[in-house]
Design a protein around this ligand. Structure first.
Ligand code: ADE
Ligand code: ZN
Ligand code: ZN
Length: 259
């Protein structure tokens, strides 16, 4: 197959993807890593809820429905109080956050009393939000709306800090989502992801990447090579963590339902 024209592809991606989570390719990478680790019980449980669709197929629904369901917009991110050491559920505003969404939808998925439709929708939320909670600018600062108000340039493309982390930075690699998933899968043990941590800890790790690293920029300027070189391994690590933890969450949820 002919390789796609890289700069054109890059331009198409930059124009097309929204500032709401990892670009859709990021969600596909995380879903693929998760799917590779599901137990037979979880595979059966997932199939019962979404038929023959894959986790990747349902992973971008949460972005697609935000117009019809505007009340769900805050569910994609969380801006905890500045300077906290640990991100907590109580940092979620009343309208909800990516953290409360993960916690609440996990409870629905595990609730034997919930309807099939409710548990199916819970899986749609989780297939997306376990990704978003690992996306650095999605657990960051309210004052600049998670980097949306900080203009930066990435490899000649004018963007903002939020979009840079959602996709502009890692698209510089020029890989397809499948190539990224395969590359990460081939060295997955080296990432040493702790899959036993809870969603508050996931959010805390993400927040630390954003605050300790992500904001080391001069607004209005091009992100330097050093910045990009250090961001890429963080992003790889977050893709792997998202995938491994989504699998662990589903394996646990379906183990329980089948008891
Ligand atoms: N709006 C306000 N804060 C945000 C964040 N961290 N991510 C996405 N959108 C936001
Ligand atoms: Zn999102
Ligand atoms: Zn985003």
């Amino acid at each position: 197959m002919r390789r796609p024209h890289a700069p054109l592809l890059l331009l198409a991606c930059v124009v097309a993807f929204p500032a709401w989570g990892w670009g859709s390719d990021g969600h596909l990478i995380i879903a693929e890593i998760a799917e590779n680790r599901l137990t037979p019980a979880a595979q059966a449980g997932v199939a019962d809820l979404i038929g023959d669709q894959s986790l990747g197929d349902i992973s971008t629904w949460a972005d697609q429905i935000r117009r019809q369901r505007p009340e769900t917009r805050p569910w994609h991110y969380l801006n905890p109080p500045l300077g906290v050491d640990q991100v907590l559920l109580e940092h979620s505003p009343p309208e909800g956050s990516v953290l409360s969404c993960v916690v609440e939808q996990t409870a629905i998925l595990r609730d034997a009393e919930a309807t099939h439709a409710e548990r199916s929708e819970a899986l749609y939320w989780l297939a997306h939000m376990v990704g978003d909670i690992h996306c650095p600018m999605h657990v960051s600062k309210a004052e600049d709306r998670g980097g949306n108000d900080i203009d930066v340039i990435v490899a000649g493309t004018e963007t903002n800090l939020h979009r840079a982390w959602d996709g502009t930075i890692w698209r510089v690699r020029g890989e397809t989502w499948q190539e990224t998933a395969d590359r990460l899968e081939s060295s997955i043990d080296e990432f040493e992801i702790d899959a036993t941590m809870n969603p508050e800890d996931w959010a805390t790790e993400t927040y630390r990447y954003a605050i300790d690293y992500g904001y080391n920029v001069t607004p209005g300027t091009e992100l330097g090579e050093d910045y990009i070189e250090q961001a890429l391994p963080i992003i790889d690590r977050q893709f792997v963590a998202g995938g491994v933890r989504l699998a662990a969450l589903l394996n646990e949820a379906f183990a329980e339902t089948n008891e």
